[in-house]
Design a protein around this ligand. Structure first.
Ligand code: C5P
Length: 219
């Protein structure tokens, strides 16, 4: 067994987008490379944690040395997270689709030449972060993310209360910041201690600092 401040701890990390099928060949997705979630899983592993990495179809490969659970849809991600509990901490970095297509087709949909496309109906996906935060097997520490374009601290503070998580890692993804899909991130960590703004740094550095903060909270 390895050492490190998180030795003996189990942490669940969700990462990447989810894909919500329209038919067997088409889907609706969220824009997410999985870079930040992957870096967080690797940083937790480096501190000795046992990591269950529940990932949607990401661009970035999953880290080595973690248990990878590959999922496609939000509903599959929710089941995989439930199956991975109990855990000491959960870090929900996935960009989960808010809806799935309620009238998805079992066969490939054909265009009929009428000039009119199919009408898709949407149903809400489970909010994995809220369900885990309010559930019976709640990890001691639950960390959520918030991508905002305005009033970052105010919106993230409200989100933390609504979801019932301990910390929200909020970032400003306004066009022009270069954060979405970029290598750097500038985050504000919201906790019961208030808002802590971290300087702009690489996503790997954000991950290491967050992993160290998690180790401190679980010590
Ligand atoms: O509500 P919003 O999508 O902005 O919240 C973002 C946070 O909630 C992220 O931590 C994300 O992983 C999580 N989330 C989730 N399940 C959803 C939607 C969001 O776990 N269905």
């Amino acid at each position: 067994l390895g050492g490190g401040p998180l030795a003996g701890r189990h942490v669940i990390v969700t990462s990447g987008p989810t894909h919500e099928p329209i038919d067997p060949v088409r889907y609706i997705a969220n824009r997410s490379s999985g870079a930040q979630g992957t870096a967080i899983a690797a940083a937790l592993r480096d501190l000795g944690a046992r990591v269950t990495f529940v990932t949607g179809p990401a661009v970035v490969p999953a880290p080595f040395g973690v248990t990878v659970v590959a999922v496609e849809t939000a509903r599959e991600m929710a089941s995989a997270v439930q199956a991975a509990l109990p855990a000491d901490a959960a870090v929900m970095a996935a960009a989960v689709a808010d809806w799935h297509v309620a009238n998805a087709s079992g066969q490939k949909m054909k265009k009929d030449g009428s000039g009119v496309g199919p009408a898709l109906e949407f149903a809400e996906n489970p909010d994995i972060l809220a369900v885990v935060s309010k559930g019976p097997s709640r990890p001691r520490l639950v960390v959520g993310f918030a991508a905002e374009t305005t009033d970052v601290v105010a919106h993230a503070t409200a989100k933390r209360a609504r979801k019932g998580c301990d910390w929200i890692v909020a970032n400003d993804v306004s066009p022009g910041t270069g954060i979405m899909g970029g290598a750097e991130n500038a985050v504000v960590v919201i906790s019961d201690a208030g808002a802590e703004a971290w300087p702009r740094m690489g996503k790997d550095a954000v991950a290491r600092r967050l992993a160290a903060k998690i180790a401190g909270a679980l010590a």
